[in-house]
Design a protein around this ligand. Structure first.
Ligand code: AHR
Length: 630
């Protein structure tokens, strides 16, 4: 029997409790949520024509040369096309594993160009994978000054693997840069914006926070390629493109074409957080590159620019429009502050080098912005007993929030469902910043987002929620993966160029987040904490605004279990409870493009008998029960 004492409040649930971890891994940003369809639009990849192909119909005469303006520009390269045939010379962009084009949708093309010789018309086409024309428009170039040209195309056919052709009609010399194509229909219809279906999946989670921009991408394999937020704001064509840290041979050799355009930069991340009602949580490089790679560090005496970046970021987010960085934010279109309250110092960093750098950051930030809560890294070693490995120095330093990561087998999640039950209530708070059950091994290419993994995460999350007084935030990781461009699996949301779906893990996250309630209340299973007896895990909250009791129960066992939920400490309850059930009898089952909601919450209702609810907990199931307090 489950007993809920709805009047015995154990802790408030933070608004930030369940959130999102965003990183540009698996084509998460470029090729993913950032809706740009042209790959290598500014010719800045190490191989400048990667993604592009010259076309010479009927032996047309023409050539392309890459010009490099050098260090005077943050976007140094452009392409010079010398066209000597009246027709037949052109270039094709292949997109990110093709371009996802939808019939009857409008696409906006833009480029920076000048005609330094002759007068040339650009004929612009979208073609299907088998080269059938599905949209067409043209641009007349005039003058030898750089200018932005724009045109729109409407597609006649849907194709996930379309391509962009640009034909040069007429002879002459044309310089071109930032050749870009976006769907008109982006999230909130912002020009140059984000993919609407992917953002919608995030918004549906009603996330408490958005952590960005990663992950290892913050650190870089080497410091030179670390994430530097100041280089990701301002005019898009002036944002310096760098190699993506996940352009890698790690597990797969799938992505030699993975770069960061920073079209989705810090300003856009703040906007996204705002749009979906999430607290922004940026993580900054702390003067250390990835400790799994080069492990380069900046000498502490040279750390000032890094610390200054942190201070400036707070001013960028929160400062008045009369401050240097607040003014930049306003010029970009957001005079109102973003209200930043949380800031991460370093990702997955540990040891003495981290502590000495963290101290310098913390001193400077707390002196100027004492209200900003700092998230500090504790390194990826969650196997020892909790108090042994959580860095005692960080406790001594009275760190605000510690960012723990756990990529472990499903069984680990079950065994750790009571991980925080005895955690020091006076120490730093916990951010379970990255976690995901791994069906085979950590980041194995054979991992699956199967129901077993999702169910074990649900069991673990009942323990996070029960300890909401110390666990203030949690997020699954990684978030996104392109089905043809990933480096890491499992991932919360899978997509291709036209479709996307939430995994069973996504629906677990969503159910916890949309049913988080306001306060954790006392709940027991046969007078003990429900932390795994007979494979059952549970927790209860109340929502003091909606006036409801919310009970979450996970049955990790293979057999149905009959039980009863008794709710005490309330005068009267509604006679009917609303229930959402996630279940599947096959633990290996996963969702797919063909069956995107195969495992997804099924709503039902159950009758209360007074304050007692008889329940049959299906095998391998997770249910959320909500009942009104009258
Ligand atoms: O989520 C994938 C990676 O796992 C993150 O970039 C890193 O922080 C962790 O090692």
């Amino acid at each position: 029997v489950f007993t809920v004492k709805a009047n015995q409040v154990k802790a408030p649930v933070q608004k930030t409790m369940w959130g999102i971890f965003f990183e540009d891994i698996n084509f998460g940003a470029d090729g993913g949520i950032y809706a740009e369809l042209v790959k290598n639009r500014s010719f800045e990849f190490a191989t400048p024509l990667m993604g592009w192909k010259e076309q010479k119909l009927n032996n047309a005469q023409g050539a392309v040369l890459i010009i490099n303006r050098g260090e005077q520009s943050t976007n140094p390269r452009y392409a010079r096309f010398t066209v000597r045939s009246a027709s037949g010379y052109g270039i094709t962009n292949e997109g990110f594993r093709g371009m996802g084009i939808t019939a009857n949708q409008q696409y906006d093309l833009s480029l920076l160009a000048r005609a330094t010789e002759g007068r040339t018309k650009l004929r612009i086409e979208l073609v299907s994978a088998n080269n059938q024309k599905i949209a067409e428009t043209s641009i007349n170039l005039a003058g030898n000054e750089w200018k932005k040209y724009t045109a729109s195309l409407t597609a006649t056919t849907t194709d996930p693997k379309a391509k962009l052709n640009i034909w040069f009609d007429g002879t002459g010399v044309v310089d071109a840069d930032m050749i870009s194509l976006f769907p008109k229909n982006t999230w909130k219809n912002r020009p140059g914006g984000l993919r609407a279906d992917l953002v919608q999946l995030l918004a549906d989670m009603k996330p408490g926070f958005l952590r960005f921009p990663g992950g290892c991408i913050v650190e870089g394999r080497e410091l030179e390629n670390r994430y530097q937020w100041k280089k990701t704001i301002g005019a898009v064509d002036e944002r310096e493109v760098i190699i993506n840290r996940w352009n890698t041979e790690f597990r797969h050799k799938l992505t030699p074409d993975y770069y960061q355009s920073f079209g989705l930069g810090f300003y856009e991340y703040f906007l996204l957080a705002d749009d979906i009602g999430a607290e922004p949580l940026p993580i900054l490089n702390c003067g250390m590159a990835c400790q799994f790679n080069t492990a380069e560090v900046v000498p502490t005496e040279d750390l000032d620019p890094y610390i200054q970046d942190a201070l400036d970021l707070i001013e960028f987010a929160n400062g008045g429009t009369d401050t240097k960085w607040g003014k930049v934010r306003a010029q970009m279109g957001h005079p109102a502050p973003f209200n930043l309250k949380l800031l991460g110092v370093g990702n997955e960093q540990w040891g003495e080098q981290y502590i000495e750098r963290y101290k310098l950051f913390a001193k400077a930030i707390k002196e100027k912005y004492p209200a900003v809560q700092l998230v500090s890294s504790v390194g990826p070693n969650p196997d020892g007993p909790l108090f042994d490995y959580l860095d005692p120095t960080l406790r001594g330093l009275k760190a605000d929030i510690l960012d723990e990561h756990y990529y472990r087998a499903p069984d680990w999640f079950l065994k750790n469902a009571r991980r925080y039950d005895n955690y020091d209530r006076k120490g730093p708070k916990i951010f379970a910043g990255e976690y995901a059950a791994q069906s085979k091994a950590v980041a194995s290419a054979d991992n699956s987002n199967n129901w077993q993994c999702a169910l074990s995460e649900a069991a673990f999350m009942t323990g996070l929620e029960r300890n909401a007084d110390v666990v203030h935030m949690a997020s699954y990781a990684p978030l996104f993966a392109h089905a043809e461009g990933w480096q890491w699996t499992p991932d919360l949301i899978w997509f291709n160029n036209l479709q996307s779906y939430g995994t069973p893990n996504y629906y677990v996250q969503k159910l916890f987040s949309v049913n988080k309630g306001t306060h954790v209340v006392n709940m027991t299973l046969n007078n003990e904490i429900a932390g795994g007896q007979n494979g059952l895990y549970a927790n209860a909250c109340i929502d003091s605004v909606a006036k409801e009791v919310i009970v979450k129960i996970v049955n990790t066992g293979a057999t149905p279990q009959s039980s009863e939920v008794n709710i005490e400490g309330v005068k009267k309850l509604a006679t009917t409870a609303n229930v959402e059930v996630l279940k599947n009898e096959d633990l290996q089952q996963a969702n797919s493009f063909a069956q995107p909601t195969g495992i997804s919450p099924q709503p039902t209702t159950l009758p209360f008998k007074g304050k007692k609810l008889p329940v049959t907990l299906a095998p391998y199931s997770f249910q959320v029960i909500r009942v009104k307090i009258l």
